[in-house]
Design a protein. Structure first.
Length: 439
């Protein structure tokens, strides 16, 4: 079994066990276990890995290596993309062909879909999925999007291709929330494709936990969420967790209770900051969220909207795809590459690229610090890891997609609150130190 030794050390620290105590618990020779815990070893005998997991009260999967160690860039050629084709039957017809873009093991990857449902047929809906998505029409034809049983302004809409200037902006785009039913059909006689990126959901970890909760506990959470929690309701939860009411918190701050309620309802930043600082929580959780979406939760952007936002960025021509403040980790750009003037990019989260025109060259810094490069054709894709320096040159056009696989906005919340963030993350990366007791 492939084991991540840093995870083993981390769980030793959590369980407050020394390697010697672990060896005794599993009936192993301490010297043999010490050799397995060496950073250069990642293949463990299955029986020892299972025994260690049992002794640490975790599952073997909790100790498994991700398979992503030192990955910087992954390339999938157009030919390799076509090899991922799988035909999808729905509603009695050949409905889609799916293709998967480049991504590391276990990661969410964008997919390309051939839209095959004919224009004279209303496409059957799917059931939606947890991951929010950003979707772009690749053309060459227009398509119909459907997002509900009853067809109306928000649930039945043309997603157009670009038939005019600036053809590197290939088509309309939109973002959709979790579990939004959706489906697509052709809008005319021309064929069409889309690229759809179901980005990582910030709720995934919570839902994994909730699946283990009892029914009464889960119901209590759902009842609380049913009211669409306002800043005042969130404040009540945060205060109750700390043994406070609005009244007692106001006394602690030296203000009237009515004034504290008004500060929460109006989003008075200075008073909320004082409340959070005094009681030990992040006051930003009490600021009201912004919303920009239609009746089914999606946010749309047409080609003309993209044209209005064309700009120069670090030697490239770019314009933004659809985006929404309630899905802050879903990002996308149309990107035009012309010549060798493109500057280096170094993104805080993973990036997915799809070549839509030309044959641009990607250059990046490999795990050994040396520059690598690849010339990519239309329909080739690339995955670039967070904080990997890379740039594009040559002549071509790309779609660039990103989600919250690190750093996402929840990571940024946590890191901006972390005491000595650099020292903490630096210590935690591949930490092989024990917790400081003799073995």
């Amino acid at each position: 079994m492939r084991v991540d030794n840093y995870k083993v050390v981390h769980w030793l620290n959590i369980r407050k066990m020394t390697p010697g105590q672990l060896a005794e618990a599993i009936g192993s020779d301490p010297e043999q276990l010490g050799k397995l815990l060496s950073p250069s070893v990642d293949e463990w005998p299955e029986e020892i890995a299972g025994a260690v997991a049992s002794a640490l009260q975790v599952t073997p999967e909790n100790l498994g290596a991700s398979g992503r160690g030192d990955l910087t860039v992954l390339i999938r050629t157009a030919e390799q993309l076509r090899e991922t084709r799988r035909a999808i039957q729905r509603d009695g017809i050949h409905f889609y062909n799916y293709y998967t873009m480049a991504a590391p093991p276990g990661a969410v990857a964008p997919v390309i879909l051939d839209i095959l449902c004919p224009a004279d047929r209303v496409p059957a809906l799917n059931n939606g999925h947890l991951e929010p998505a950003i979707t772009i029409n690749l053309g060459p034809g227009d398509i119909h999007g459907r997002w509900g049983e009853e067809l109306g302004e928000a649930t039945w809409q043309v997603i157009a291709t670009n038939a005019g200037a600036d053809d590197w902006i290939v088509g309309d785009s939109y973002v959709e929330p979790s579990y939004c039913p959706h489906s697509y059909s052709l809008a005319g006689a021309d064929p069409a494709r889309i690229v759809s990126y179901t980005g990582q959901s910030a709720l995934a970890g919570l839902l994994e936990e909730v699946n283990d909760w009892s029914d009464p506990a889960a119901r209590a959470l759902l009842d609380w969420l049913d009211a669409s929690p306002s800043p005042r309701q969130v404040a009540a939860q945060l205060l109750a967790r700390r043994g406070h009411t609005i009244g007692s918190a106001a006394v602690t701050l030296g203000v009237r209770a009515d004034d504290l309620v008004a500060a929460i309802e109006l989003g008075a930043v200075e008073r909320l900051r004082a409340l959070g600082t005094t009681l030990g929580f992040d006051y930003r959780l009490l600021l009201p969220p912004a919303a920009r979406h239609d009746a089914v939760g999606k946010t749309f952007k047409d080609v003309e909207g993209c044209r209005r936002e064309i700009r120069d960025f670090r030697g490239y021509r770019v314009t933004s795809l659809a985006s929404a403040p309630h899905l802050p980790d879903l990002t996308g750009l149309f990107l035009r590459v012309a010549g060798d003037g493109g500057e280096s990019l170094c993104e805080p989260a993973e990036s997915h690229y799809l070549v839509t025109a030309g044959s641009p060259t990607l250059r990046w810094t490999g795990a050994d610090g040396r520059e690598e490069q690849a010339e990519l054709a239309v329909d080739a894709s690339a995955w670039v890891a967070p904080f990997v320096t890379h740039r594009w040159s040559g002549d071509g056009a790309l779609i660039k997609l990103g989600s919250g696989r690190h750093l996402g906005y929840l990571d940024l919340y946590e890191l901006t609150n972390t005491y000595a963030a650099m020292a903490t993350v630096g210590r935690g990366r591949r930490d092989s130190r024990g917790w400081g007791y003799d073995s």
